[in-house]
Design a protein around this ligand. Structure first.
Ligand SMILES: [Zn+2]
Ligand SMILES: [Zn+2]
Length: 174
């Protein structure tokens, strides 16, 4: 898979049973496949250091203002939005396959933003609630697409912050 930010060839990495693509030796970004994120139903305790310490090339300059093409789909441009309630971290999300791309360092930023478990848990709930409220105003069909995408984003959050639990199923009534 080619990195959507710097066009380096990405390296597959397994974190427990989840496969992510990491831009080792390039910009250091991380791609979370939408299908892989579906598997994140239980907390993953050991996500840790591999993803936090990706070897990257400091000479690679990433253009932050440009929209990026999805590395998985052939001709889909990704949407960019904030992943956290503090609005300090942006992710690129593919509207088609619901994969996510995180720039180098954003993973660390996400983790550093919330130092206690309570903060992490509240942040996750806030984020999810915010996305869910937005859904309620949409048409129903579009809404269900967003719910599915929200679940994946919430799963990514769970994956990155393994120590908390998001009661998604209760929220969605499934
Ligand atoms: Zn890259
Ligand atoms: Zn895609």
């Amino acid at each position: 898979m080619i990195c959507p930010a710097c066009e380096n060839k990405m390296t597959e990495m397994n974190v427990q049973d989840i496969t992510v693509d990491v831009c080792v030796g390039g910009c250091g970004g991380i791609w979370f496949d939408g299908q892989e994120l579906k598997k994140v139903d239980e907390p993953h305790e050991a996500v840790g250091r591999n993803l936090l310490e990706v070897a990257y090339d400091p000479n690679v300059v990433v253009e932050q203002s440009e929209r990026r093409d999805c590395p998985h789909c052939s001709d889909i441009v990704m949407m960019r939005h904030f992943s956290s309630i503090k609005r300090e971290v942006e992710v690129d999300e593919c509207p088609s396959c619901s994969g996510f791309f995180l720039d180098r360092g954003e993973l660390n930023t996400i983790r550093e933003q919330y130092t206690t478990e309570e903060e992490r848990s509240n942040a996750a709930l806030d984020m999810f609630g915010e996305m869910f409220d937005e859904d309620l105003e949409d048409e129903q069909a579009a809404s269900w697409q967003r719910v599915e995408a929200s679940r994946k984003l919430a799963n990514m959050f769970k994956f990155l912050m393994p120590s908390h639990y998001i009661p998604i199923k209760e929220k969605l009534g499934i």
